[in-house]
Unconditional design. Sequence first.
Length: 112
Amino acid sequence: MIKLYALLAGIVAVVAAADVEVDYRVPVKIIFRAFCPACQWFISDPVLALLQDDKYVLNFSCFESDDSGYKWSDKIAFCFKDAADATALRECKTGHGITLLREVSTPIEYNP
């Protein structure tokens, strides 16, 4: 439970300290239930590393702002002004999303 509070405090600190325009700041709240320290680490460390990446924070803030629109295509056009970046993101979402998710997921064996 302490690690959960530390994670939430860390997220707030990272988002607040990020060099993001005030117009694009959004509150981030991550809630998860992990019963063992290894599970807490497995969830919290990658999330904290991602939130410390300035490029990710800027893109995430842009996507979550009301100015970017309400449809995926509008958000891509608004947040990624470079056509090559927008095209790469569209291709990644349509062609590689499931594959990437499967690659980072670890299958487990069920032993009743």
